[in-house]
Design a protein around this ligand. Structure first.
Ligand SMILES: Cc1cc2nc3c(=O)[nH]c(=O)nc-3n(C[C@H](O)[C@H](O)[C@H](O)COP(=O)(O)OP(=O)(O)OC[C@H]3O[C@@H](n4cnc5c(N)ncnc54)[C@H](O)[C@@H]3O)c2cc1C
Ligand code: SF4
Length: 472
């Protein structure tokens, strides 16, 4: 514990943002890091409370009090080593993780939690700046080859772990570049893509071979891939979007969020637009349906593209402004949260159901909506219209795509349609075929995908070698 009285003396200070008027003119990140002395003060707020609930709140079980102490004492290099012992990509989670660890922080019970995510990001950014993060190739080869399908956080974390254990790792990715939703879903203003390229460079130097632009199940048969490798790991994500099959759904201007967001990321990186829409929000009245991360990303992207207005509607009731910590701690509470994109000028409305899309000349012009109660029952007489000439459906993802690779393998699914496997073996219903990330657990978070990739690597190494030294 750095400073015994730190939590009594020092208030929580968070990273600030460039102001909205300025940041919406571009797609660059806008979070301003704390100075070194401020980060050290924030680390000093950690109480080293004895039972660190933050360990458990963090899905990769980051050893938070340990690196807070190291930062307080100025030993940033050991802090980085400690952080990387549990998390392959802290530069990503330090930027876009919702930080369930902070909800679990003991100081959160009757004060503000330690700024864990900010400190995590400062450690890894500094470690890269100082040149402390270098490739760690395996000392010897195992003679085993593993194919991983899908280069999102689950696939990349598993690839790094398996390569460090000496396996010959090949990652197959249908997109032109690696990163999964970190690259094609999350906009650059939340996560610049050079960060992913830098990590991918480290993985390549550790012996991972990337095969981009290869859609497994279309360009190459999964059986052929299986023949050339000792194990297969499927980390293809949960890509089947939840639809809104109401009248007018087929009008022009109604798109899934993931037909819209990747296109802007491709424009920023200079990549050719892939499947999806080439429409942008400029001069449009945009309505975003769905209130999660994807919805927020649609808002921030639309505003940067020059939308006339952006309205976000959500079928759930507005959550309470504040949680009752005595009831919710150390769990993630339901409460009103306002994302940086929502702060940039979106109108939000809750308990709203869309009845139909209405169009003019084949293009959507408004939404017909109705208010609903907490059981989604329509409230009589509450119908209203919202003008809209671009509608983005951001209501989440139901399950992985079954057609192609998964059905070709004849895999068993769980009741939600995810690939069936437990959290110990990560083994599917087929021998030598493993699964991790959103493809197994359903749509989730990057930090959960990293955890699953690491744990699946542990399971695969053990299955191939009879024992493993990889952490779970
Ligand atoms: C718009 C959006 C914003 C989000 N924002 C956040 C956030 O801020 N913070 C957060 O923690 N989480 C966020 N999430 C969730 C998070 O991105 C996912 O939970 C996480 O990326 C899942 O990782 P994954 O590796 O399992 O799958 P993915 O990231 O989906 O990666 C799967 C990869 O597999 C590839 N693939 C699929 N099938 C094949 C095939 N047959 N052949 C070859 N390649 C294939 C895909 O192209 C993709 O690259 C967001 C999600 C979305 C959609
Ligand atoms: S990965 Fe997420 S939950 Fe874990 S310490 Fe970082 S911000 Fe917290």
């Amino acid at each position: 514990m750095g400073k015994v009285t730190g939590f009594l003396e020092i208030d929580r200070v968070e990273r600030s943002y460039r102001n909205a008027d300025e940041r919406v003119k571009h797609f660059k990140e806008f979070v301003l890091p704390l100075r070194e002395d401020q980060t050290r003060d924030q680390a000093a707020r950690c109480m080293d409370c004895g039972i660190p609930y933050c360990h458990d709140g963090c899905p990769v079980n980051n050893q938070i009090p340990d690196w807070n102490d190291l930062v307080y004492h100025g030993d940033w290099r050991r802090a980085s080593a400690n952080l990387h012992s549990t998390n392959n990509f802290p530069e990503v989670t330090g930027r876009v993780c919702p930080a369930p660890c902070e909800a679990s922080c003991t100081l959160n019970l009757d004060d503000q939690p330690v700024t864990i995510k900010t400190i995590e990001c400062a450690i890894v950014d500094r470690a890269f700046d100082e040149g402390w993060i270098t490739p760690q190739p395996a000392a010897s080869s195992s003679g085993k080859a593993v194919a991983i399908v899908g280069a999102g956080p689950a696939g990349l974390a598993a690839a790094q772990q398996l390569a460090r254990a000496g396996h010959d790792v090949h990652v197959y990715e249908k997109n032109a570049a690696v990163g999964g939703l970190m690259r094609y879903g999350i906009p650059d203003f939340k996560l610049e893509k050079h960060l992913i390229e830098r990590r991918a460079g480290q993985l390549s130097a550790e012996g991972v071979t990337f095969h981009c632009g290869v859609h497994v199940g279309e360009d190459v048969a999964i059986d052929d891939l299986a023949k050339g490798h000792d194990a297969l790991l499927l980390t293809g994500g949960s890509e089947h979007p939840r639809d809104l099959p109401v009248p007018g759904r087929d009008l022009l201007g109604v798109h899934f969020a993931m037909d819209f967001l990747p296109q802007q990321n491709r424009r920023v990186s200079g990549e050719a637009l892939g499947k999806g829409t080439d429409e942008i929000a400029k001069d449009r009245h945009v309505v975003v349906i769905g209130g999660g991360d994807t919805g927020s990303d649609c808002i921030g992207t639309s505003i940067r593209q020059g939308a006339k207005s952006v309205t976000q509607i959500e079928i759930m009731e507005a959550p309470p402004e504040h949680e009752n910590k005595e009831l919710t701690w150390p769990h993630w509470p339901m409460k009103m949260r306002t994302s940086s994109s929502q702060q940039e000028g979106a109108v939000r409305d809750f308990a709203v159901m869309t009845k139909k899309f209405i169009g003019e000349n084949g293009r959507v012009s408004k939404l017909q909506c109705v208010r609903v109660d907490d059981k989604f029952k329509e409230i009589a007489g509450s119908e209203f219209d919202i003008p809209a000439d671009l509608v983005l459906l951001a209501m989440g993802f139901t399950n992985p795509v079954h057609d192609g690779m998964l059905n070709d393998l004849g895999l068993a699914y769980d009741p939600r349609g995810n690939v069936l496997a437990d959290e110990q073996s990560y083994l599917t219903s087929q021998k030598r075929v493993f699964v991790a990330g959103d493809m197994r657990r359903g749509q989730s978070l990057i930090v959960w995908a990293i955890r699953e990739g690491r744990q699946a690597a542990h399971a695969i190494d053990k299955a191939l070698m009879g024992m493993t030294n990889l952490p779970r």
